[in-house]
Design a protein around this ligand. Structure first.
Ligand code: AHG
Ligand code: MN
Ligand code: MN
Length: 339
């Protein structure tokens, strides 16, 4: 019989590397997995469960809130507030930090999350995801506050996402590689399917909302034009854009390529949120051998100043991201010699 590793076994094994580990973190990750299985179930039945469509409000970023955004947010909060491992949470869907009710125990971690990513796609039965980021608390017990949440990405102890795609996948890192698990629906367990993912150093896919092309600055336009030129080995790149960060990132992580949500005239800092989109995705990319930058600095070095702050995101295969940075610096890129 083939021995298969579950997510819980994998986390437990990784925690054995830390002699002082209390099991707290293992418990937290297991609770996140439980929440994501509940959401996966709701997403799979969305068309018949009466949960498609808009909730009738806008979130703090100005996006239309979908019913499944609300539902997924509630699932994470309900499962994790009673876990005993957290002292504070922050969600894309909540303007303010989410405190732990007084009658539940508090723990040493903070949890930041995008409960449903790509939700504008949900009514079209397109892949969506959840993204999360975990930090250790900085303040002493009882004094938790916004500073525990506003930590730079290099402080993350864990980052991950769940992709509700043609199968449900849980992908996470604690700084020892990026590992992927596929939900086996027959037993309800995440099974290790993609151990220590290594993203290609150079890819052939570019993923960007090209509808914004004319709003980008000239250097960004030139980079994307360059990728589309049928010149030299590997060009033109193939364009692939779903509009769900988790799904776009996951595909490029496996196949190689570059994802961009740059700044533009309408989105002066891009569209993606640092704390629960860009920073966790950056950690996962780097742990798989890729790179993530805002165009000015590594994403994980950005010091957050606000909970919902946005940053431009350029992430993917290291060579592709480095090439993009050269364009953004205005370097002259030599045309390929005719073959
Ligand atoms: P969310 O559904 O959590 O608000 O995130 C949507 C994000 C992200 O998933 C995607 O990469 C991006 O918005 C797509 O934006 P455009 O529609 O502007 O391309
Ligand atoms: Mn999102
Ligand atoms: Mn979202």
């Amino acid at each position: 019989m083939v021995r298969r590793f579950t997510l819980t076994e994998h986390i437990t094994q990784q925690q054995r590397e830390y002699p002082d580990a209390t099991g707290d973190f293992t418990g937290l990750l297991s609770d996140i997995a439980v929440a994501s299985k509940i959401i996966a179930h709701d997403v799979r039945r969305a068309g018949i469960g009466g949960v498609l469509g808009a909730a009738g409000s806008k979130n703090v970023s100005g996006d239309e809130v979908k019913r499944l955004d609300v539902l997924s947010n509630e699932v994470f909060i309900n499962v994790l507030e009673r876990s005993g491992h957290l002292c504070l949470m922050a969600s894309e869907e909540n303007e303010h930090p989410i405190s732990i009710p007084a009658d539940f125990p508090r723990g040493k971690y903070v949890f930041l999350f995008d409960p449903l990513d790509g939700s504008s796609n949900i009514d079209g039965n397109v892949s969506v995801g959840s993204i999360f980021s975990i930090f250790r608390r900085l303040s002493p017990p009882g004094e938790e506050g916004i500073d525990d949440l506003l930590q730079p990405g290099y402080n993350q102890v864990c980052a991950g996402y769940v992709l509700y795609g043609s199968s449900t996948m849980f992908v996470y890192t604690t700084g020892f590689g990026t590992h992927g698990f596929t939900l086996d629906p027959t037993v309800g367990e995440f099974i290790l399917s993609h151990e220590n993912i290594r993203t290609p150093q150079k890819g052939r896919i570019f993923s960007v909302n090209e509808g914004n092309f004319r709003r980008w600055n000239g250097r960004m336009r030139r980079f994307v034009e360059y990728l589309k030129e049928p010149a030299g080995e590997g060009r033109p790149y193939t364009g692939r854009y779903i509009g769900s960060l988790v799904a776009d990132f996951h595909r490029n992580l496996l196949y190689g390529g570059i994802f961009l949500y740059p700044e533009d005239e309408v989105h002066p800092s891009g569209k993606l949120r640092l704390l629960y989109e860009a920073a966790p995705i950056a950690f996962l990319a780097e742990q798989a051998g890729g790179m993530a930058t805002t165009g000015k600095m590594p994403v994980r070095e950005v010091e957050p100043t606000r909970l919902h702050m946005k940053v431009p995101l350029i992430v993917g295969s290291a060579e592709d991201v480095r090439l993009c940075l050269r364009f953004l610096r205005g370097e002259k890129i030599e045309p390929d010699r005719p073959g």
